[in-house]
Design a protein around this ligand. Structure first.
Ligand code: SF4
Ligand code: SF4
Length: 160
């Protein structure tokens, strides 16, 4: 069973099969370390990688980069060539996680890289997501993420 605290190495055991299906409709998010790996692979600077190939998107008050799509906001990933990922060996972490395989994998990425428990606004947005019926992964319950008193202050906007 996957929980919020499942280590990355165990998550990557369920790696993506490179079928290219999801890459026709959207792209996966990069984490910080991916920027250098992909830029080095393409033999360009991180600045050029961001300008030419990536776009920034905010979720739960956290900004992450992801490959652009040919059409906005959804469509084929700019790195998809002949229906295969052209940067497969260095592709973004969210692509490597193979999150098509179970909802738990998508929730694991969200909890570990998008919900920021030190940012009151991120916590408030996650609380709204849960309140409106969003799925919760074991270990991702609000009371497990933030101490009770601090959580109360965050939700009451006493912490901004
Ligand atoms: S994440 Fe899933 S759908 Fe997407 S390329 Fe990998 S195996 Fe295919
Ligand atoms: S980077 Fe590769 S795996 Fe990720 S969405 Fe683009 S083509 Fe697919």
């Amino acid at each position: 069973m996957i929980t919020k605290d499942t280590p990355l190495k165990d998550i990557l055991n369920q790696d993506c099969d490179r079928c290219g299906h999801c890459c026709k409709y959207g792209t996966g998010f990069l984490v910080k370390e991916d920027l250098k790996r992909i830029a080095d692979h393409l033999k360009i600077k991180e600045k050029e990688l961001k300008e030419r190939w990536l776009e920034e998107k905010e979720l739960f008050h956290t900004k992450l980069w992801r490959p652009k799509t040919e059409k906005r906001p959804f469509g084929r990933c700019v790195f998809l060539k002949h229906d295969l990922c052209s940067i497969h060996t260095v592709k973004p972490l969210q692509c490597r996680v193979g999150n098509c395989k179970s909802e738990e994998l998508a929730l694991w990425f969200m909890l570990n890289y998008q919900v920021n428990i030190n940012d009151p606004e991120s916590v408030r947005q996650y609380a709204s997501y849960l309140k409106t019926g969003g799925k919760v992964l074991k270990g991702g319950e609000l009371e497990n993420l933030v101490p009770k008193d601090k959580l109360k202050k965050m939700l009451n906007y006493e912490l901004i």
